[in-house]
Design a protein around this ligand. Structure first.
Ligand SMILES: Nc1ncnc2c1ncn2[C@@H]1O[C@H](COP(=O)(O)OP(=O)(O)O)[C@@H](O)[C@H]1O
Ligand SMILES: [Mg+2]
Length: 358
């Protein structure tokens, strides 16, 4: 049983602030994803939890135990890092078996466990090879095998699938989740890929510039983003974020080339705001060749057919809007079409603070 608590963690590298007062609780047996763009402090956070890096200030707890000064080897964590270091002189089998050998497991048990984990990771035909005889993706899976073989209570994974091709990455992430569940490990999984994060996480912590933006289930982040950054980062295609102003007198959102009536229930929430950003997902817009009630005329800017569905980018003066539509909808570049908003699914952010109002 391990619950991990990060309390006011701040980390400077010289004058670079890599982590800025990070507070986060990772529940026992939970798979928490740290998600954010390159350089936002994900690896630094993992290294502090592993004990490879010291925080400038703040504290780390495993359960109630203060871990700040506990050496790496006493933390009982398994790690897979971006740069996986395998033992070059050892065969794959011995690389994976290593943690069990150190822990003096019986030979039969080691054999059985290595075979099991190698089958799951689909490297069971590589056990006699040395690391230099493997591709990057195979080496990465060996590193995963070595981290997982001990059925760790705390598992730290830093972009563990980065070197795999797209298909294998999708397969491996569900295997990792299954193993983490069956071992009942508390896991922290780092990635910059929001699709990977959404598909594997119990909860996601979104970081930007060393600051925590939001923590929640994939569903919460997708449907209720707390700010513009999370709104734009989560979801494919990314959410339309449109500059506009709220005209309290007329009760409309003014986008320049068109306006939208604000639903009655939202009006009181917008009181006092003027410059806002409207967020609407491409799937919450409807496009048609005929005028619909409350629809806006826009021009087709580009069309991206994706098989099942088509992304159409529409424009009107300074506004660009992405819409996801059925492949059957055909239109030409430059053609005029009509778009209606699902206003119940509209997000509104304060332009100044970038925080969600609605
Ligand atoms: N050892 C280091 N020395 C100096 N700066 C570092 C070091 N490690 C990380 N940084 C800086 O700290 C910030 C966060 O880095 P990192 O945690 O590696 O981000 P991420 O893993 O999210 O890409 C970046 O600006 C990075 O350049
Ligand atoms: Mg990193």
């Amino acid at each position: 049983m391990v619950e991990i608590t990060l309390e006011n963690l701040t980390k400077y590298f010289g004058s670079v602030k890599a982590l800025d007062n990070l507070n986060l609780k990772i529940h026992d047996k939970e798979l928490m994803v740290l998600l954010g763009p390159s350089g936002c402090g994900k690896t630094t956070t993992l290294r502090i939890i592993a004990g490879l890096e010291k925080a400038t200030s703040g504290h780390l707890y495993f359960g109630n135990k203060l871990m700040d000064k506990v050496p790496v080897r006493e933390r009982n964590v398994s790690m897979v890092f971006q740069s996986y270091a395998l033992f070059p002189h050892m065969k794959v089998f011995d690389n994976i078996a290593f943690p069990l050998v150190i822990a003096k497991y019986p030979k039969d048990e080691i054999k059985k466990r290595v075979k099991e984990i190698a089958e799951i990771l689909r490297i069971d035909d590589l056990l006699d090879r040395k690391p230099h005889q493997l591709s990057g993706g195979q080496q990465q899976r060996v590193a995963l095998g070595r981290a997982l073989i001990r059925k760790p209570t705390v598992l730290l994974l830093d972009e563990p699938l980065a070197n795999l091709d797209a298909k294998l990455r999708v397969e491996m992430r569900s295997e990792i989740k299954r193993l983490q569940r069956s071992f009942e490990s508390t896991a922290i999984y780092v990635t910059h890929d929001q699709v990977e994060a959404m598909s594997i996480a119990d909860r996601i912590a979104v970081l930007k510039d060393g600051q925590l933006q939001q923590v929640g289930t994939p569903d919460e982040l997708y449907h209720h983003p707390d700010n513009i950054f999370v709104a734009g980062f989560i979801g494919t295609p990314s959410m339309n974020l449109l500059d506009c102003s709220f005209d309290e007198e007329k009760g409309v959102l003014d986008f320049g080339s068109f306006t939208l009536d604000v639903p009655e229930n939202i009006k009181p929430l917008l009181k006092g705001y003027s410059e806002v950003i409207v967020g609407i997902r491409a799937r919450d817009l409807q496009v048609s060749k005929e005028k619909m009630p409350d629809s806006i005329p826009l021009e087709v800017y580009t069309i991206e057919p994706l098989g099942e569905e088509t992304i159409i980018i529409l424009s009107s003066e300074n506004v660009r809007i992405r819409v996801v539509t059925h492949v059957e909808f055909k239109a030409d570049i430059g053609e005029k079409v009509w778009v209606s908003f699902d206003l119940d699914r509209m997000h509104i952010f304060d332009k100044k603070t970038e925080k969600a109002i609605v």
